[in-house]
Write a protein that binds this ligand. Structure first.
Ligand code: GSH
Length: 290
């Protein structure tokens, strides 16, 4: 959806749903989540960070038009944490017994509290549903008060894509999604607008070809510490991981760049040689390794 707003031409690489992801992690220094964006030997992890990178890459249309950057980042941060967590709980709880246990265990290790059980998920379901409905109600109230289908009216921004993704996820991954969303006509209108907008111009690409592209390229992103209160130095070894108690692997590399929004590390792997991996500041914890 974000690539559709941007009108970007891009190549799509399919990755496995479950680890191991041997053709992905050489590019990401171990980060395993979806999505990631590759531009040559620069790899951007996390949706918000990716949206920022697409916008900076000079795409045909802006992802943050007309000073919408702050609003879009606030809304998308909320969508990608609060709304996504509630939606994942709802979808996975309804999937218990229907999808392989291995899949539930894997996603549980990323999204649920450490001692979760199937019974605790089921017991929490009414409250999860209640909270999700209230939260979708906030979005519905806002969309209903604008004069177009998008958050700011007639022009989409990245915040719309983050909300649209939640609708896509609920509708596509849960057989009760359509009935739930039918209570929110303005959200359904947003979804319909994204169906019209499309996904830019995607082409399929092999994972091996993506690795070869990274190997043939050199990172083009800047090096430096910009406007930061941190005492870190370039070349400092750091560990980066998503916030919270999750089973995500630690990502380790040497600090390449840091500003108020982004932390970048240099990473070397025989399959890709030198690459730079970029993370957002928000939602991630960086720990220096001495
Ligand atoms: N905050 C991250 C969350 C990413 C995330 O949890 N993505 C899910 C898919 S929507 C995922 O990676 N699931 C595990 C996997 O694909 O291995 C982002 O917005 O990019």
């Amino acid at each position: 959806m974000a690539l559709g707003i941007a009108g970007a031409s891009w190549q799509s690489v399919e990755i496995p749903r479950l680890p191991p992801k041997p053709l992905l992690v050489p590019l990401t220094a171990g980060y395993r989540r979806t999505p990631v964006l590759q531009i040559g030997a620069d790899i951007y992890c996390d949706s918000q960070n990716i949206a920022h990178a697409i916008d900076q890459s000079g795409s045909p249309r802006r992802l943050f038009p007309d000073q919408t950057y702050g609003m879009a980042m606030m809304i998308s941060n909320w969508a990608e944490t609060t709304l996504f967590d509630l939606s994942v709980r709802l979808v996975l709880t309804h999937a218990l017994g229907k999808v392989p246990e291995e899949f539930i265990r894997d996603r549980g290790s990323l999204y649920f509290e450490p001692n979760w059980t199937e019974a605790s998920l089921r017991a929490a379901l009414p409250s999860v549903m209640h909270e999700l409905r209230a939260s979708l109600g906030f979005v519905e109230a806002h969309l209903g008060a604008t004069d177009g289908v998008y958050l700011t009216g007639h022009q989409p921004c990245y915040g719309d894509a983050a909300i649209g993704y939640i609708c896509w996820f609920l509708r596509g991954r849960w057989d009760g999604g359509a009935a739930l969303l039918a209570n929110y006509p303005a959200l359904c209108a947003l979804e319909a607008a994204f169906d019209q907008l499309g996904d830019g111009q995607p082409q399929d690409l092999d994972a091996e070809a993506a690795l070869a592209i990274a190997k043939a390229a050199k990172p083009q992103s800047p090096i430096g510490i910009i406007d930061s209160a941190s005492s870190l130095a370039i070349g400092q070894r750091v560990m980066i991981r998503p916030k919270g108690e999750t089973a995500d692997p630690d990502v380790v590399g040497t600090l390449r760049y840091c500003d108020g929004m982004r932390i970048s590390i240099d990473h070397n792997h025989e399959q890709v040689v030198d690459i730079a991996v970029h993370f957002p500041v928000v939602g991630y914890v960086m720990t220096p390794i001495y």
